[in-house]
Design a protein around this ligand. Structure first.
Ligand code: NCD
Length: 308
């Protein structure tokens, strides 16, 4: 059974196929209005979420399917101590496809191993978040028209930010990209990303603490929130939370065709005044996420049907 736990579970050809389907959905939504008629999606969200859960649910409704959901760790049998494996076997009896978010790294993998329907990882702890990357990729594609030859700045909490890890993995597969990793010393990318992804493939990258110095050379700036919930102590969070605040003044030396992305939620790291800048893409990114989740649900359900 095919599941998507990590962005590398999808080949570059498959990503392109999803982008093409998403663009066709945007152009001809009516064509897809009954595509998942009679199918059910379960959303199991054991961590806070607005966009990811709602966009999965909106995606399934727009495909003519139905949704049942668990939100919050306290409202399901997980609170009684049920294992992820047993949850997988149970939920598989009710639905055709599952999207889950969970605070533990590796939880989506365990769910997929034990489920008899496709599983989509909606974020597993600080590890990965492949469907956010799908939203990011469609946004990059629509803004830049390509995935190659880009200088990509990622700024903020590169240690705990799972969207950062998945996006670096995805963009590392295309030629000619260069990464500028902008973070406080304490929040640098984990070594499995730096060593196993960037260094192993000889991908050019620099690490810096200086956002303003890096800005002029960037084609893409991916801002992120400091991930409060993953900190061991509040003092460190308070010290680091406002390390970077992007504002119109800082953007003066940026390229005119820079694309500013952010997975959201935003806290302080992008001032609201930047929203008026035509280079701000983060709300388009939200919408793109829904279309890519529609394309992914369609693909996984079709593959599951063909397996039977
Ligand atoms: C991200 C996440 O959950 O990792 N949010 C999202 O899904 N768009 C980023 C974040 O919470 O900072």
């Amino acid at each position: 059974m095919r599941s998507v736990i990590d962005i590398l579970d999808l080949s570059p050809d498959e990503l392109m196929e999803l982008i093409e389907v998403a663009q066709d959905i945007i152009a001809n939504p009516a064509k897809y209005a009954e595509a998942c008629h009679g199918k059910k999606l379960a959303t199991l969200f054991f961590e806070p979420s607005t966009r990811t859960r709602m966009s999965f649910e909106a995606a399934m409704y727009e495909l003519g399917g139905n949704v049942i959901s668990v939100t919050g760790a306290g409202t399901s049998s997980a609170a009684k101590g049920e294992s992820i494996a047993d949850t997988a076997k149970t939920v598989s009896c009710y639905v055709d496809i599952i999207a889950m978010r969970h605070p533990k790294e590796g939880s989506a993998y365990v769910l997929a191993k034990n489920a008899s329907v496709p599983v989509i990882n909606g974020g597993d702890g600080g590890h990965s978040h492949p469907t956010q990357t799908l939203a990011d990729l469609l946004t990059i594609y629509r803004e830049k028209g390509r995935f190659e030859g880009l200088t990509i700045g990622l700024c903020g909490d590169l240690k705990f930010g799972r969207t950062v890890h998945s996006l670096i993995q995805a963009m590392s597969r295309y030629n000619g990209n260069k990464f500028v990793l902008i973070s406080p010393e304490e929040l640098k990318v984990p070594s499995y990303v730096k060593k196993d992804v960037l260094q192993q493939q000889n991908i050019p990258y620099v690490q810096t603490t200086d956002l303003e110095g890096a800005l002029p050379e960037l084609d893409i700036l991916y801002m992120t929130r400091v991930q409060r919930e993953r900190f061991f102590n509040e003092e460190d969070y308070l010290r680091l939370k406002d390390s970077y605040i992007l504002n119109p003044d800082k953007l003066k030396n940026a390229k005119p065709d820079l694309a500013i992305l952010h997975p959201l939620p935003r806290v302080n790291e992008i001032s609201v005044a930047v929203d008026q800048d035509p280079r701000a893409c983060y709300f388009k990114q939200v919408l793109n996420g829904k279309y890519m989740r529609m394309a992914l649900i369609l693909k996984l359900l079709k593959e599951a049907e063909n397996e039977h």
